[in-house]
Design a protein. Structure first.
Lengths: 458, 312
């Protein structure tokens, strides 16, 4: 009855045994010890269920990109440049892509030397390459509190000692930054760089004021320290007056600039860039070569064709208009459904609102509860390297439409009210809100500490 | 044998379940079985009827998969399944009920009080909290009655930390436990059929508590199997584990988590469907007993297909 052993139907490796695991663990680099997967990541996996209204993503709306236009661009590539578009390209990226980048930066008043630009696989790779170039284990890196959640794992994987400086409604508190510098000076340590998203910050939604921008640039210059300006959202402004990017104020001596097409065109094409002074750029290029040789040529061709149509600003304008409506819908829903004691930012652009709840609410646990009601957000903890932020959350308004925003915020408001009521019944404090009763506390009480001037500007 | 591997589902432990399931499918394929993977959703019954598996391997954790829900469905459809039966699953999953059953059977478990949300909301249980805290002492552990993988488990070092811990635990479940914190070594005893496998000790790296993150990440927790404990300790731990397994009516397999404190072992909980991922404890214990993962999967299938009662 012996049959010949059948080959397994798939080619997955044989399972890992405990001993193998230990052997692998013994081989892991020290930096993997600080590379964290997390319960949060597992929770976030559930947010992908179709019935979940996800305010958790950072997704731009790609549904309004005209299919005809996409088809025409890809057809032109097929007809005219198929061999090149399928070939490797230069590590620095194509000159034509850099031309498009110069247009985008020009739209915000920046005029970098094309030689200083490298095309990267998304802005995320630019962060990684800059860290690869600058950060040794134990080096001090300073960022905002809260900071871009996606930057935290990058800093951690280079074993940086990450210090976070609080933000308020005018962005990073530069006087606090100076205090951190003084402290570091006393310890004989020198930070490698300050990482900032000065405009429509992810996750806080706040924008650094002009005096603070000027002061930050001055500090960088006087201390001969680098500032990494990450600016994915600058052109997505729908209120207030544009402010000059740090790069423009500094002229590119001590500010390394990171940009991306993700939010103004498509995150799927994975094209971003970095602008850095030549000595830094030289190392960044070597790092890029080691990482992936070059950025996708095919999608660089797409960018070139798309920009050749000359309507990119119009499209960005239409996105900003969509996001303005969604921001308005979210703010209105927050006023209607979030209980007194909750605060939030009211950004003039970008994709995110940052809401803060009473201190006893842990938004990681709240997310588990919210998922039972099919709604998701990013718990604030993701934006900190320490224990801060546990009672805050990032809410995205770009990825879903107004009705879903309204319903999503209603559901979150309901579970927040439920937890406040419960806490009140446990402590005797009267935080309780009647569920279902719209709360309309005075705006001034509500919109701290990140309050930006009322819509429409300063 | 045609085996439906049930995995995924909607629970918070969905990802862990997908990893357990994938590993089981692999093993089944290598064993020459016909494995059909089913990510559990609204079409489950339809797919089971279409596939007509001879047995279902339930590789689900948490709500829906580990609490008897899927098991009830499988029973109605007449499909034998791996792991404990409906009642045992339901009991293991509700930590409060499980602890009553343990205490009733004389199995040591840390002192506790359990509440549902209504008690606090409508019956003013908050007023009784102070007295209860005193009886349990600090620090104490607050945890959801349902749920696994340490999600929502909080330590409260003082009375002022209790309300927020309760709010967090209620995020996962309508019922929560306040439990006396027992300091000691963290041990797990997996039971296969009616036999205890070697004891595993979990030693979190860097002195972290054995939390969700450590559980599923290679290299963050050091596991020692068999645990380095004395023979009398081993026998006390194994006896407590088997006592718990029986008290909750488990069959097939289960994993009993214990703390070995200065007063001997205390059973914290019984997992009806323990993880089967690369870093899970049941596979490690099986390996220490000389069973490869394939052997383990084969044995679990045999137990599921054995005539009722034969597995005891």
């Amino acid at each position: 009855m012996t049959e010949l052993p059948q080959p397994p139907p798939n080619r997955r490796r044989a399972h890992t045994r405990t001993r193998d695991l230990e052997r692998y663990a013994g081989l892991f680099a020290e930096r993997t010890g600080v590379m964290r997967s997390s319960a949060m990541r597992d929770l976030m996996a559930i947010t992908a269920r179709p019935e979940v209204i996800s305010l958790a993503g950072g997704l731009p709306d790609t549904s309004t990109f005209p299919p005809k236009s996409f088809a025409a661009q890809m057809t032109r590539i097929a007809q005219e440049s198929v061999a090149e578009a399928l070939q490797y390209g230069p590590t620095e990226g194509f000159e034509e892509t850099v031309d498009c980048i110069l247009q985008v930066m020009g739209a915000e008043g920046m005029l970098p030397d094309p030689q200083d630009v490298i095309v990267t696989t998304g802005g995320q790779q630019a962060i990684d390459l800059v860290c690869k170039t600058l950060v040794d284990p134990g080096d001090v890196v300073i960022c905002e509190a809260p900071t871009y959640p996606g930057a935290v794992p990058v800093f951690c994987s280079y074993q940086a000692d990450v210090l976070q400086v609080e933000c308020d409604e005018e962005g990073m508190r530069i006087e606090d930054l100076e205090a951190v510098f003084a402290q570091l000076d006393a310890e004989g340590r020198r930070p490698k760089f300050v990482y900032s998203v000065p405009t429509f910050q992810n996750p806080a939604g706040v924008t650094m004021s002009l005096p603070r921008r000027q002061r930050l640039v001055e500090l960088a210059r006087s201390r001969e320290m680098l500032v990494i300006e990450d600016n994915p959202y600058g052109l997505l402004r729908f209120g207030g007056e544009p402010l000059p990017p740090l790069y423009q104020l500094d002229g590119g001596d001590f500010v390394i600039y990171i940009g991306t097409f993700s939010k103004i065109l498509s995150p799927g094409i994975r094209i971003g860039w970095a602008v850095a002074p030549p000595p830094v750029m030289e190392k960044v290029v070597l790092g890029k070569q080691a990482a992936d040789l070059c950025t996708s040529t095919l999608t660089q061709y797409f960018v070139r064709e798309y920009f050749a149509e000359g309507r990119w600003r119009e499209y960005v304008g239409s996105l900003a208009e969509i996001y303005r409506k969604r921001r308005d819908a979210m703010v209105a829903a927050l006023r209607e459904f979030f209980p007194a004691g909750a605060t939030w930012t009211e950004p003039e652009g970008g994709l995110f609102i940052w809401a803060t709840l009473p201190a006893f609410i842990d938004t990681g646990d709240l997310l588990a509860r919210a998922l039972r009601d099919d709604v998701a957000f990013v718990p604030g903890q993701a934006a900190y390297v320490d224990e801060r932020g546990r009672n805050s959350m990032r809410l995205n308004f770009s990825g879903v439409d107004e009705d879903e925003i309204h319903e999503g915020i209603r559901r979150i408001g309901k579970v927040v009210a439920e937890q406040m009521e419960l806490y009140g019944s446990l402590t005797g404090e009267h935080l309780a809100v009647d569920p279902g009763t719209p709360q309309r506390p005075p705006e001034d009480e509500n919109v701290v500490p990140f309050r930006k001037a009322a819509e429409g500007g300063e | 044998v045609k085996v439906a591997v049930l995995k995924g589902g909607k629970s918070l432990e969905r990802n862990v379940s997908l990893r357990s399931g994938a590993r089981v499918e692999d093993a089944l394929a290598r064993l020459g079985h016909d494995a059909v993977a089913l990510d559990v959703g609204t079409d489950l019954v339809e797919r089971l009827l279409a596939e007509e598996p001879e047995v279902a391997f339930v590789a689900m954790h948490g709500r829906g998969g580990e609490d008897g829900t899927v098991q009830e469905l499988l029973e109605i459809l007449g499909i034998p399944f791996t792991g404990p039966g409906i009642a045992a699953c339901a009991l293991c999953t509700d930590k409060a009920l499980a602890k009553h059953a343990l205490r009733g059977a004389g199995v040591p478990t840390p002192a506790w009080f359990a509440f549902n949300q209504t008690a606090f909301r409508e019956l003013g249980a908050g007023d009784a909290l102070g007295g209860l805290e005193q009886r349990l002492g600090f620090p104490l552990v607050v945890k959801p009655s349902h749920g696994g993988s340490a999600l929502g488990v909080k330590f409260a070092a003082s009375p002022s930390e209790v309300p927020a811990a309760l709010v967090a635990a209620f995020s996962y479940d309508d019922r929560v436990l306040l439990e006396r914190f027992v300091d000691g070594r963290e041990l797990a005893v997996s039971v296969l059929g009616s036999e205890a496998l070697p004891v595993v000790e979990a030693i979190p790296a860097g002195g972290d508590r054995y939390d969700f993150e450590a559980r599923y990440e290679i290299g963050r927790t050091q596991f020692v199997c068999p645990a380095e404990i004395t023979e009398p300790e081993r026998s006390a731990v194994t006896e407590a584990a088997l006592g718990a397994y029986r008290a909750l009516g488990c069959s097939g397999f289960a994993r009993v988590d214990l703390i070995l404190g200065s007063d001997g072992p205390q059973v914290l909980e019984v997992n009806a469907i323990p993880g089967l991922t690369d870093t899970s404890l049941l596979p490690q214990a099986a390996e220490a007993a000389g069973l490869s993962f394939e052997d383990l999967v084969e044995r679990i299938l045999e137990l599921a297909l054995a005539p009722s009662g034969a597995s005891a």
